[in-house]
Every structure is written in C-alpha cells, then in structure tokens.
Design a protein around this ligand. Sequence first.
Ligand SMILES: [Zn+2]
Ligand SMILES: [Zn+2]
Length: 377
Amino acid sequence: MSTTEIDYYELLEVERTADDKTLKSSYRRLAMRYHPDKNPGCQDSENRFKQINEAYDCLKDPQKRAAYDRFGHAAFQQGMGGGGQGGMGAEFGDIGDIFESIFGSAFGGGGRQQARRGADLRYDMEVSLDEAFHGKDTEITIEVSQTCEPCSGSGSEPGTGRSRCGTCNGHGKVRAQQGFFVVERACPTCHGRGEVIERPCRACGGEGRVDRPQTLEVTIPPGVDSGTRIRLSGKGEAGPHGAPSGDLYIFLHVRRHKVFERDGTTLLTRVPITFTTAALGGSIEIPGIDGQAIQLDIPAGIQSGKQLRKRGTGMPVLQGRGRGDMVIEIQVETPTRLTARQKELLRELQGTETGDECPQSKGFFDRIKDVWNDLTE
Ligand SMILES: [Zn+2]
Ligand SMILES: [Zn+2]
C-alpha cells in the first residue's frame, strides 16, 4: 500500500528555497519544453507537462506551498480518495488532522483537545538504474517510535486507569493572575487533557510509544527516478498517547550508470564505431538496459556526433504504459594501431582521393581558398 510521487520541487527543477520569481521562470521554461504542441504524440511529455502544471499550481500559492512543505503530497490527496487502498478511514482521519493543524485557528478553535498525529519521516534510498528499470521489492529496517504494546498507547500501566487531574480539577485549563488580567492556559500537569495517568506504563514511561526497529516491505515500481517519493501510509512515527501515526516517505536517488545517462524516460549512450563502418555503413549490436541486445543500423557516411534513436528501448513510464526511447550518439574512432599492411591500404586509398568524397572538407577548404585570395589580391 504505497503511492509514488515525484517531488514538486524536483519536477520544477528548483531548490526548496526558490523564490516566486525563480519558480515562475523555471516553470515557464519547462512548460515550454514539455508542451504537447512541441512534442506531438509523445505520451511521456504530455504526462510531464501535466505534472509540471500540478506542481506549479501548488507551489505558486504560499498557503498550499507551506502545506506541501510540511506534509508533502498527502496535503492534497483528500479529493483523490486513493481508490482501492486499504485503511481509507485512517487516511481520511489523517487528512482531517492535517487541515486542522493548518487551518485550525481559522475555524474558531472549538477548544477540543485532540491528540496530535505522529510525525512524518523521511528515508533516503539509493537504487541502481537497473533497479529503477525493473522495479523491486525490498525491505528496510528503521528505528521508529511505535505504539507501546503493553499499554496499547494509553501510557497507563496495564490494569490501572486515569484519574481526574488535581491541578485543573479535570478542566484541562488553569487560570492565573497576570497583572490586572486573569489568563487561562492549558494545565501544565495534564497538558490540557484533564486526566492524569495513575501509574505510568513501565515499558514506555507513560508516553504511549516506544522506539523500536521496524522492518517494512517496500515496493519500488518500474520507472522511478531521482526525486520520486514513495509514501508508506501510517508507517511514520506513532502519535503520542495512541494518536494516529504519521507517514513514512522514501526518497529515491538513482545512481549513475556506467553506460547510460538518463533524462526522464530517455536513455542516452555514446557508442564508438570504426571509421570503416562509418564510411561503409553496417550493423552493430549494443546492450539494452533490459539485457536484450539492440540491433542498430549505421547508415553509410555517418558523422561523429550524429544521434540515432531507437524507439521504445528507454526507461519505462512510471505508473504508465510503454517505454521511452534510447538515443545513441555515434563517435567515429580514428584507428591508432594500424599494421603495416593496413597503412599500405590506407595510403592506396589516399592516392585515389579527389576531395569530392568529403563534401564538408571540400567546402571548408574552398572557403579558406577564397579568404586567402581576398587577402592576397
Ligand atoms: Zn490538569
Ligand atoms: Zn506503554
């Protein structure tokens, strides 16, 4: 039961501290790049375009941005309902808490003392590009505060209960004279709850939660990228005194690959070819990220730096269908270890050259000649 999200700041390629101006200009630049009109038929660009807009919609609004900074995507998921997920009730409960803690004061504070939800936690995880391609099921062990078992989070030693707080007489508030005024504040003994624990639980000291290592199963879906976050609902810190737990966010970082560079779902690789293959054309085999060999046709006369595209052999689309492309940049290699016989053949070739074989060189030297003539006239 985890959801995968790309961090809004990562999407907009800005620092978390970016000001409105930086945010706006980065948004414009990216919206331009991924605009569907500029990338007709490219599902990947279209998805990215939507994500960028969603991210900017949130971050341009100071209130939404503050909420996002505190709670991440969870702050905006009340409308989505997370169809098919278990623990819906708990999720809606959490949302209530979130909005209460953001906008609580605006609702005129009903005076209800509600237990605070546990803190959200962050866990950083590195994965290889290979793992990002295939996805993987893994386990992590983290030390996290959990609801105390002996007292079920109540904080009371089993068999004992709570009694009315003597300091505030159960009101949860105390009055104190301050100069001319009488001020009311939360009771320091019971922290506003009106009750005190008779005998604190020995396992947790009355806190209702204890730090314990916890092993969690994490499913990393295919197509994740650096900046993708996986949310494990309710796996964060336990709330105090039996309050609901926060969420655990797994922040993914994809390690650099020896052969492939990645840009979204596109994989870029540089492949050296011999100069004879470049001149005559041919077919070469390169390894794909999925382990399958990719047959690549080299047209005769290809130049160094030319990029060839193999559709559908890039990274999978996160939570979508299909794969991006692979872009292969050709590097024509000049041989450095020729045998005497090979040199002889090349000299023979050289002897037959008229200059017409290489239009670019010919054009260049023609221009040089013109410059030279102009200078010497
Ligand atoms: Zn009290
Ligand atoms: Zn306990």
